[in-house]
Design a protein around this ligand. Structure first.
Ligand SMILES: Nc1nc2[nH]cc(C(=O)O)c2c(=O)[nH]1
Ligand code: SF4
Ligand SMILES: [Mg+2]
Length: 247
Protein backbone atom coordinates (compact mmCIF):
# COMPACT_ATOMS: atom_id res chain seq x y z
CA UNK A 1 0.00 0.00 0.00
CA UNK A 2 1.34 3.46 -0.79
CA UNK A 3 0.78 6.42 1.45
CA UNK A 4 0.42 9.93 0.16
CA UNK A 5 1.96 12.73 2.23
CA UNK A 6 -0.48 15.59 2.57
CA UNK A 7 1.08 18.91 1.69
CA UNK A 8 -0.02 22.09 3.45
CA UNK A 9 -2.67 22.48 6.15
CA UNK A 10 -5.54 20.05 6.90
CA UNK A 11 -8.49 20.62 4.57
CA UNK A 12 -11.01 22.95 6.22
CA UNK A 13 -13.85 21.04 7.89
CA UNK A 14 -17.27 21.80 6.42
CA UNK A 15 -20.10 22.93 8.74
CA UNK A 16 -21.38 19.32 8.71
CA UNK A 17 -18.17 18.12 10.34
CA UNK A 18 -17.97 20.77 13.04
CA UNK A 19 -19.23 20.70 16.64
CA UNK A 20 -19.67 23.61 19.03
CA UNK A 21 -17.50 22.62 21.99
CA UNK A 22 -17.21 24.19 25.44
CA UNK A 23 -14.14 22.24 26.59
CA UNK A 24 -12.19 19.00 26.18
CA UNK A 25 -10.35 17.56 29.14
CA UNK A 26 -8.87 14.42 30.68
CA UNK A 27 -5.87 14.01 28.34
CA UNK A 28 -3.27 16.51 29.55
CA UNK A 29 -4.59 16.53 33.16
CA UNK A 30 -6.07 13.07 33.73
CA UNK A 31 -9.39 12.46 35.45
CA UNK A 32 -12.12 9.86 36.08
CA UNK A 33 -15.70 9.51 35.00
CA UNK A 34 -17.07 10.97 38.22
CA UNK A 35 -20.69 9.85 37.94
CA UNK A 36 -22.83 6.82 37.16
CA UNK A 37 -22.10 3.24 36.13
CA UNK A 38 -18.51 3.99 35.05
CA UNK A 39 -17.70 6.12 38.12
CA UNK A 40 -13.99 5.77 38.81
CA UNK A 41 -13.02 4.77 35.27
CA UNK A 42 -10.31 6.91 33.65
CA UNK A 43 -12.07 9.12 31.13
CA UNK A 44 -11.68 11.81 28.51
CA UNK A 45 -14.40 14.47 28.28
CA UNK A 46 -15.82 16.38 25.35
CA UNK A 47 -18.24 18.97 26.69
CA UNK A 48 -20.48 20.40 24.01
CA UNK A 49 -21.88 23.89 24.25
CA UNK A 50 -25.63 24.73 24.23
CA UNK A 51 -28.62 23.36 26.14
CA UNK A 52 -32.36 23.19 25.47
CA UNK A 53 -33.19 23.56 29.20
CA UNK A 54 -32.39 26.33 31.70
CA UNK A 55 -32.15 24.57 35.07
CA UNK A 56 -31.48 27.02 37.91
CA UNK A 57 -29.26 24.39 39.64
CA UNK A 58 -27.20 23.77 36.48
CA UNK A 59 -23.45 23.58 37.22
CA UNK A 60 -22.38 24.19 33.60
CA UNK A 61 -24.13 27.47 32.81
CA UNK A 62 -21.12 28.46 30.72
CA UNK A 63 -22.57 26.15 28.03
CA UNK A 64 -25.81 28.11 27.60
CA UNK A 65 -26.40 31.11 29.88
CA UNK A 66 -25.31 34.02 27.70
CA UNK A 67 -26.54 36.59 30.24
CA UNK A 68 -23.81 35.41 32.60
CA UNK A 69 -21.18 34.10 30.17
CA UNK A 70 -19.69 35.33 26.91
CA UNK A 71 -20.76 32.93 24.19
CA UNK A 72 -17.71 33.72 22.00
CA UNK A 73 -15.28 33.04 24.84
CA UNK A 74 -17.03 29.90 26.06
CA UNK A 75 -17.49 28.03 22.78
CA UNK A 76 -15.24 26.97 19.93
CA UNK A 77 -15.93 25.14 16.69
CA UNK A 78 -13.98 21.90 16.55
CA UNK A 79 -13.87 19.44 13.66
CA UNK A 80 -14.97 15.85 14.19
CA UNK A 81 -11.60 14.69 12.81
CA UNK A 82 -9.72 16.92 15.25
CA UNK A 83 -11.74 15.65 18.23
CA UNK A 84 -11.18 12.01 17.22
CA UNK A 85 -7.44 12.67 16.81
CA UNK A 86 -7.33 14.34 20.24
CA UNK A 87 -8.98 11.32 21.90
CA UNK A 88 -6.97 8.79 19.87
CA UNK A 89 -3.71 10.32 21.08
CA UNK A 90 -4.59 9.27 24.67
CA UNK A 91 -4.50 5.68 25.98
CA UNK A 92 -7.71 6.33 27.97
CA UNK A 93 -10.48 4.11 26.62
CA UNK A 94 -13.65 5.88 27.81
CA UNK A 95 -14.79 9.11 26.17
CA UNK A 96 -17.65 10.96 27.90
CA UNK A 97 -19.59 13.34 25.68
CA UNK A 98 -21.48 15.78 27.85
CA UNK A 99 -22.78 19.34 27.85
CA UNK A 100 -24.94 21.30 28.01
CA UNK A 101 -27.15 18.97 26.07
CA UNK A 102 -25.02 17.06 23.55
CA UNK A 103 -27.88 15.60 21.53
CA UNK A 104 -28.80 19.08 20.24
CA UNK A 105 -25.90 18.46 17.82
CA UNK A 106 -26.89 14.86 17.23
CA UNK A 107 -26.39 14.68 13.43
CA UNK A 108 -22.74 15.67 13.84
CA UNK A 109 -22.30 13.37 16.81
CA UNK A 110 -22.82 10.27 14.68
CA UNK A 111 -19.48 10.64 12.82
CA UNK A 112 -17.81 11.61 16.11
CA UNK A 113 -19.09 8.52 17.95
CA UNK A 114 -18.26 6.23 15.02
CA UNK A 115 -14.77 7.74 14.74
CA UNK A 116 -14.15 7.27 18.45
CA UNK A 117 -15.35 3.65 18.31
CA UNK A 118 -13.13 2.99 15.30
CA UNK A 119 -10.21 4.36 17.35
CA UNK A 120 -10.93 1.70 19.99
CA UNK A 121 -12.77 3.94 22.45
CA UNK A 122 -16.06 3.39 24.20
CA UNK A 123 -18.44 6.30 24.43
CA UNK A 124 -20.85 7.52 27.11
CA UNK A 125 -23.29 10.34 26.52
CA UNK A 126 -24.50 12.44 29.44
CA UNK A 127 -27.90 13.64 28.29
CA UNK A 128 -30.97 15.25 29.85
CA UNK A 129 -33.21 12.76 28.05
CA UNK A 130 -35.38 15.26 26.15
CA UNK A 131 -34.09 14.41 22.65
CA UNK A 132 -34.50 10.86 21.35
CA UNK A 133 -31.31 9.27 20.00
CA UNK A 134 -31.32 8.43 16.29
CA UNK A 135 -30.74 4.76 15.37
CA UNK A 136 -27.27 5.63 13.96
CA UNK A 137 -26.17 6.91 17.37
CA UNK A 138 -27.29 3.73 19.15
CA UNK A 139 -24.16 1.78 18.20
CA UNK A 140 -22.27 -1.03 19.94
CA UNK A 141 -19.84 0.59 22.37
CA UNK A 142 -22.13 3.56 23.06
CA UNK A 143 -24.05 4.06 26.35
CA UNK A 144 -26.40 6.81 27.45
CA UNK A 145 -26.46 8.21 30.98
CA UNK A 146 -29.91 9.79 30.85
CA UNK A 147 -30.51 12.38 33.53
CA UNK A 148 -34.12 13.63 33.47
CA UNK A 149 -34.38 16.83 35.51
CA UNK A 150 -36.96 17.11 38.31
CA UNK A 151 -38.91 20.29 39.09
CA UNK A 152 -36.79 20.62 42.25
CA UNK A 153 -33.76 21.14 39.98
CA UNK A 154 -35.31 24.39 38.85
CA UNK A 155 -37.00 23.53 35.57
CA UNK A 156 -40.61 22.90 34.54
CA UNK A 157 -41.20 19.17 34.12
CA UNK A 158 -43.48 19.94 31.18
CA UNK A 159 -40.18 20.82 29.44
CA UNK A 160 -37.75 18.40 31.05
CA UNK A 161 -39.82 15.20 30.96
CA UNK A 162 -40.40 14.14 27.35
CA UNK A 163 -42.12 10.73 27.41
CA UNK A 164 -41.40 9.83 23.76
CA UNK A 165 -37.69 10.58 24.19
CA UNK A 166 -37.50 8.61 27.45
CA UNK A 167 -39.22 5.68 25.76
CA UNK A 168 -36.68 5.80 22.91
CA UNK A 169 -33.84 5.61 25.44
CA UNK A 170 -35.51 2.64 27.16
CA UNK A 171 -35.96 0.93 23.78
CA UNK A 172 -32.29 1.52 22.91
CA UNK A 173 -31.28 -0.99 25.58
CA UNK A 174 -28.19 1.20 26.09
CA UNK A 175 -29.44 3.65 28.72
CA UNK A 176 -29.25 4.04 32.47
CA UNK A 177 -31.41 6.67 34.15
CA UNK A 178 -29.39 8.81 36.53
CA UNK A 179 -31.46 11.21 38.61
CA UNK A 180 -29.98 14.05 40.63
CA UNK A 181 -31.72 14.25 44.01
CA UNK A 182 -31.51 16.41 47.14
CA UNK A 183 -34.38 15.17 49.33
CA UNK A 184 -36.41 12.04 50.05
CA UNK A 185 -39.31 13.83 48.37
CA UNK A 186 -37.23 13.75 45.15
CA UNK A 187 -37.02 9.95 45.53
CA UNK A 188 -40.84 9.72 45.53
CA UNK A 189 -40.96 11.74 42.32
CA UNK A 190 -38.26 9.54 40.73
CA UNK A 191 -40.33 6.46 41.63
CA UNK A 192 -43.40 7.96 39.93
CA UNK A 193 -41.43 8.77 36.78
CA UNK A 194 -39.70 5.40 36.71
CA UNK A 195 -43.06 3.63 37.03
CA UNK A 196 -44.81 5.82 34.48
CA UNK A 197 -42.10 5.45 31.81
CA UNK A 198 -40.65 2.04 32.81
CA UNK A 199 -37.22 3.59 33.38
CA UNK A 200 -34.55 1.08 34.42
CA UNK A 201 -31.97 0.76 35.75
CA UNK A 202 -32.44 3.77 38.05
CA UNK A 203 -29.37 5.46 39.50
CA UNK A 204 -29.55 8.26 42.06
CA UNK A 205 -26.83 10.87 42.48
CA UNK A 206 -26.70 13.44 45.30
CA UNK A 207 -26.92 17.05 44.17
CA UNK A 208 -24.00 19.17 45.34
CA UNK A 209 -20.81 20.86 44.26
CA UNK A 210 -18.89 20.50 47.55
CA UNK A 211 -17.80 17.32 49.38
CA UNK A 212 -19.70 18.52 52.47
CA UNK A 213 -23.02 18.84 50.65
CA UNK A 214 -22.50 15.56 48.80
CA UNK A 215 -21.77 13.70 52.05
CA UNK A 216 -24.77 15.21 53.82
CA UNK A 217 -27.10 14.51 50.88
CA UNK A 218 -25.75 10.96 50.52
CA UNK A 219 -26.80 10.31 54.13
CA UNK A 220 -30.25 11.80 53.51
CA UNK A 221 -30.85 9.66 50.41
CA UNK A 222 -29.02 6.36 50.97
CA UNK A 223 -31.71 4.46 52.94
CA UNK A 224 -34.47 5.39 50.50
CA UNK A 225 -32.36 4.44 47.48
CA UNK A 226 -31.32 1.12 49.03
CA UNK A 227 -34.92 0.33 50.07
CA UNK A 228 -36.04 0.67 46.44
CA UNK A 229 -33.15 -1.50 45.20
CA UNK A 230 -31.87 1.31 43.02
CA UNK A 231 -28.23 2.11 42.29
CA UNK A 232 -26.37 4.96 43.96
CA UNK A 233 -23.50 7.02 42.56
CA UNK A 234 -21.45 9.76 44.11
CA UNK A 235 -19.82 12.66 42.25
CA UNK A 236 -16.22 11.50 42.49
CA UNK A 237 -14.71 14.52 40.73
CA UNK A 238 -16.25 16.81 43.36
CA UNK A 239 -14.80 14.69 46.19
CA UNK A 240 -11.42 14.24 44.48
CA UNK A 241 -10.86 17.54 42.71
CA UNK A 242 -13.24 20.00 44.40
CA UNK A 243 -15.37 20.41 41.25
CA UNK A 244 -12.50 22.17 39.44
CA UNK A 245 -13.44 23.04 35.88
CA UNK A 246 -11.68 20.65 33.50
CA UNK A 247 -11.60 17.64 35.93
N1 LIG B 1 -14.95 13.95 36.22
C1 LIG B 1 -16.13 14.31 35.75
N2 LIG B 1 -17.09 13.37 35.56
C2 LIG B 1 -18.27 13.77 35.03
N3 LIG B 1 -19.32 12.99 34.71
C3 LIG B 1 -20.28 13.74 34.17
C4 LIG B 1 -19.85 15.06 34.13
C5 LIG B 1 -20.65 16.14 33.52
O1 LIG B 1 -20.39 17.31 33.75
O2 LIG B 1 -21.57 15.83 32.77
C6 LIG B 1 -18.56 15.09 34.69
C7 LIG B 1 -17.56 16.09 34.93
O3 LIG B 1 -17.72 17.30 34.73
N4 LIG B 1 -16.37 15.63 35.45
S1 SF4 C 1 -30.14 20.01 31.33
FE1 SF4 C 1 -28.11 19.88 32.27
S2 SF4 C 1 -26.81 21.31 31.11
FE2 SF4 C 1 -28.96 21.78 30.60
S3 SF4 C 1 -29.51 23.44 32.00
FE3 SF4 C 1 -30.16 21.51 32.97
S4 SF4 C 1 -28.40 20.90 34.25
FE4 SF4 C 1 -27.66 22.45 32.80
MG1 LIG D 1 -20.52 18.23 35.65
Amino acid sequence: MTTTKRLGPEPKATEDEVLIVAECFGAEVPTFQGEGPSCGHPALFIRLSRCNLTCTKCDTKYTWDWCRFDQRKESTKRSVAGLVAWAASSPVELVVITGGEPLIQQARLVPLALGLLAAGKRVEFETNGTIAPTPQLVADGVRFNVSPKLASFGVKETKSIVPAALEAFVASGRATFKFVASTVHDLDRIAELADAHRLAPVWVMPEGTTPEVITATTRVLADGVAARHWHFTTRLHVLAFADTRGR
